[in-house]
Design a protein around this ligand. Structure first.
Ligand code: SF4
Length: 348
């Protein structure tokens, strides 16, 4: 009989499994749930009988990911984690320390098929989707690594993968963040970043989840966006911004525009002016970040003066914008870099 992954069960599903399949009480399901979200192995579940632990070992798998490498930045509070999945695949996450707590940048897929020119996650294409349990396990593993308890306060779905390309599992994970015994993260502490899959944006706004939506825009027009983001060939910038505006209107949440400045590509003052015109009247904030270069790509970060001039132009045109700190630059901070490098070393 194939073993079931307990982390893939919602609270209700776990209760049903424990009562109907294992013949135990709902109280036991609660105990198991508490252990699961502490990242415990079956043999560590000491308040369960030996008999029940044996049944669990026979029928179930606990945990979804384990941390196999941790890199700590010398410059800031950032830590990068390489997670191994049960099938040996690798994903990564970045933990950033802010004054308002710890934010974990999580992956939603192994690899990504979106092909953005500045991103290491897409270098090997999409390998597979993550399950909701594997996503939650990233938070559990980091909490455990930091000493147990609930250390991760906020999550951003901005690691490897396009969340709307794994829609059902991502939404299932979001619904489970704050259920009984889980990781205790409210949806207002969640940001989801999309490269602009319009059907996903329109569907997501109907879910009733108060999540901040971030649009990876990175260009003020179709000509530039087509060069660096293949998704732009399927969904033009005008329609993408319109879908984003519908999400903002319907949810009442302020939207975030992500804009990585790439030297000589999208970083001119004219680009800033065009971006301002595109965003005029929208309740958005622009996060401007200098590119964290990926070795395999021939794209570079602009000078600090150019970044400053870009921001100044947005400010002059009354667009709310800040320069996001480049965190973890010394620890393969760009999305997908650590996984790609480790895979290459494994295959050498
Ligand atoms: S930036 Fe995001 S959507 Fe684009 S390739 Fe990387 S992971 Fe995929």
């Amino acid at each position: 009989m194939e073993k079931v992954a307990l982390m893939d069960f919602s609270y209700e599903e776990l209760c049903a499994f424990v009562v109907e399949e294992l013949g135990e009480s709902k109280f036991r399901a609660d105990q198991i749930g508490q252990w699961l979200y502490r990242g415990a192995e079956i043999e560590e579940m000491k308040n369960l009988s030996k008999d029940l632990r044996a049944k669990l070992s026979d029928r179930c798998i606990v945990g979804g990911v384990k941390i196999v490498k941790t890199l700590k930045s010398q410059h800031d509070d950032t830590q990068k984690f390489l997670f191994e999945l049960r099938d040996g695949e690798l994903i990564e996450g970045v933990l950033m320390g802010y004054h308002h707590g710890h934010t974990l940048c999580m992956s939603t897929q192994v690899g990504c098929r979106m092909g953005c020119a500045f991103c290491a996650s897409t270098l090997d294409g999409l390998v597979r989707n993550l399950t909701a349990g594997e996503m939650l396990s990233q938070i559990v593993a980091v909490n455990k690594e930091l000493g147990g308890g609930r250390h991760v306060d906020n999550i951003v779905l901005m690691g490897s993968g396009e969340p709307f390309d794994n829609y059902d599992q991502v939404v299932s994970m979001l619904r489970r963040l704050n259920e009984k015994n889980s990781v205790g993260i409210g949806l207002r502490n969640v940001s989801l970043s999309t490269c602009g899959l319009i059907p996903g944006i329109d569907r997501f706004k109907k879910e009733g989840l108060p999540v901040t939506l971030c649009l990876s825009l990175h260009a003020p027009n179709d000509q530039i966006r087509n060069k660096i983001m293949p998704v732009s060939c399927a969904y033009n910038i005008k329609d993408t911004i319109a879908a984003f505006a519908r999400y903002i209107d319907e949810t009442g949440r302020r939207g975030i525009i992500e804009y990585s400045l790439i030297s000589g590509v999208n970083d001119s003052v004219e680009c800033a002016a065009e971006l301002s015109r595109l965003l005029r009247g929208l309740r958005v904030h622009v996060n401007v970040i200098a590119l964290n270069p990926v070795k395999e790509r021939d794209l570079n970060a602009p000078t600090a003066a150019r970044v400053q001039a870009f921001l100044k132009e947005l400010e002059n045109r009354h667009i709310s914008a800040t320069r996001r700190r480049l965190m973890g630059e010394d620890i393969e901070g760009a999305c997908g870099q650590l996984r790609h490098k480790t895979k290459q070393e494994q295959n050498a």
